[in-house]
Design a protein around this ligand. Structure first.
Ligand code: ADP
Ligand code: MG
Length: 540
């Protein structure tokens, strides 16, 4: 076979087109002319879409936006000299935006160089300032590897612009087909993760923040980090501010968006997490008076050189935003849950048509803001008289109505641990009539707030509890789920989001058995530390 094709020739133009195709390039924008017309034709023949534009600058802007929108670089094809100079505006714009882009420029014939050739210009050098990689292949045989390197460099690390210079004589030169070895498509950018101890420091810094703020930049958009960032934000109930092109990563109409209070958010935040946004002029360099002088920045970026620009960050997380956010989520999960984490996971699984019965102090107040109702008369709570102890009676009534009128409809009863105590023995009633109510006890070891086991033991060690135990405290680590198992229902004791998710799934699938999930949260979590009342209208 080799000998069959040994005489077959291929032009430089076709080699370039094939090399681009091999790197999964889909779009080429440009203005044709000597010496690049043949490259456009060859590319189009191979199925690369060619869009002829009227000026190289516009062509370059278009190609760069393809890179941002698809994560694969678009190509801008330009002629020598003025053609390339017109493209510089687009090249630098893309590079400054950290968007991938490939520019292919024709240049004068090699044997006329330095002689004053047609449109001669030191193009590779000229492009260096506007790109992260600028090179000319030394021969047609090396075109595939230079193009592979350009595509790879444009998307690896901090994305940017890459320039490949093609002398006019390469375009038409015919070479032996067998002499060209195309490179396999470069692998997708490697995903780097941040240092684990930095991830933990960041988690506790966020947790201890009084006025935390997430800033979502276009790096987060490029990284496709929307899902993980939304999860982190909702789980910790953090307010967020998008930069201009960070808009939409989390929808502008999300309740946690504080775009309308931008100046105030920047000025009063004590901890700011930067997801793919530079502390440049757009963010007022991160400096006072637009920020607190002691604001702690947690910087997440893929570019190490970016970390520490203009301010000394409290924590640096070097890595891919999506991967780092997932690390951060995992590490948040190892901390004791708070109300927001718990309700976030409950809301995720609640059937839309369920009855929600709720009572308690924080449990009822915070639960109301997160748990959604979609039907009238499907929420029953402490009501006008603020009565504790109504929950299980209400749940039993709702379960009977559901059973008689709408079989399969669920009743979810969300109780604080103290509220549950007022009518806990009705669990026996629930089990006696086999009402498949899901009881969720959000347990903070107390009324309003309690103590963890260690602090409690320390406190009562040598003293009578009646003289030292704060009246708000209940016995820590009480296994309320055993009230349910005592009567034959299902009981779960959960401490992590995974356990909560799993037990909820099981109870919702089991439509025949009453169940109780005892959800341990941080005993001091009654503080609304992660709330952002500081950014609500009444404070503005
Ligand atoms: P904005 O204009 O929205 O503030 P910037 O362009 O200033 O955004 O910042 C974007 C940042 O995102 C850059 O510093 C860039 O290095 C970074 N970045 C781009 N892609 C990723 C990624 N996948 N993971 C992490 N950081 C990224
Ligand atoms: Mg309580």
């Amino acid at each position: 076979e080799r000998s069959d094709r040994s005489g077959e020739k291929v032009s430089g133009a076709k080699v370039i087109a094939q090399a681009l195709k091999a790197q999964d390039v889909e779009y080429m924008f440009g203005v044709v002319g000597i010496p690049v017309t043949e490259i456009a034709i060859a590319a189009q023949e191979l199925g690369i879409r060619y869009i002829g534009m009227r000026n190289e600058q516009a062509a370059c802007y278009a190609a760069s936006a393809i890179g941002y929108l698809t994560g694969r670089p678009g190509v801008c094809l330009v002629v020598s000299g003025p053609g390339l100079i017109h493209a510089l505006g687009g090249m630098v714009n893309s590079n400054m935006n950290c968007w991938p882009l490939i520019v292919i420029g024709g240049s004068c014939e090699r044997n006329q160089e330095t002689m004053g050739a047609f449109q001669e210009f030191p193009q590779v050098e000229a492009c260096r300032l506007y790109t992260k990689f600028s090179a000319r292949p030394s021969s047609i045989e090396t075109i595939p590897s230079v193009i592979e390197k350009a595509v790879r460099s444009s998307i690896y690390g901090r994305p940017g612009t890459c320039y490949v210079d093609i002398p006019a004589d390469f375009v038409i030169l015919q070479v032996n087909v067998n002499s060209i070895k195309y490179k396999e498509c470069c692998m997708p950018p490697p995903i780097s993760m941040a240092d684990t101890s930095a991830v933990c420091t960041a988690a506790s810094t966020i947790k201890n923040a009084k006025q935390p703020l997430l800033i979502i930049g276009k790096g987060a958009a490029y990284a496709h980090a929307e899902e993980s960032i939304r999860k982190l934000m909702e789980q910790c109930n953090l307010p967020f501010l998008p930069t201009p092109m960070g808009k939409g990563v989390v929808p502008d109409n999300h309740p946690n968006c504080v775009g309308a209070a931008r100046s105030r958010a920047l000025q009063f935040a004590d901890v700011i997490v930067l997801f793919g946004a530079r502390l440049n002029w757009i963010l007022h360099f991160g400096l006072p008076p637009r920020y607190q002088p002691d604001v702690k920045f947690i910087q997440v970026d893929i570019c190490a050189e970016e970390l520490g620009n203009n301010v000394r960050p409290a924590v640096t997380l070097l890595g891919d935003i999506n991967a780092v956010t997932k690390q951060e989520l995992a590490s948040q999960k190892s901390l004791p849950m708070n109300y927001y984490t718990v309700f976030y996971h409950i809301q995720e699984q609640l059937p839309k048509d369920c009855f929600i019965v709720s009572e308690g102090a924080n449990t009822m107040d915070i639960g109301r803001t997160v748990l959604q109702n979609y039907l009238p008369r499907h929420r029953l709570d402490a009501g006008t008289f603020g009565t504790m102890g109504v929950g299980l009676g209400f749940a039993i009534a709702a379960a009977l109505v559901a059973k008689d009128r709408n079989p399969g409809q669920r009743v979810i009863c969300v109780e604080g641990d103290s509220a549950f105590g007022f009518s806990g023995m009705e669990v026996e009633t629930i089990c006696r009539y086999n009402l498949p109510i899901v009881l969720l006890v959000v347990n903070n070891n107390g009324i309003y707030q309690g103590f963890d086991t260690d602090s409690w033991n320390e406190m009562v060690k040598f003293r009578d509890a009646t003289t030292v135990a704060p009246p708000m405290c209940l016995l820590p680590n009480s296994h309320y789920e055993q009230v349910m198992t005592a009567f034959g229902g299902k009981g779960y004791f959960v401490q992590t989001p995974e356990e909560l998710q799993k037990s909820l799934r099981q109870t919702l699938e089991d439509t025949a058995t009453p169940s109780l999930i005892n959800i341990m949260i941080e005993p001091q979590s009654s503080r609304k530390a992660q709330d952002f009342h500081w950014l609500t209208r009444s404070n503005m």
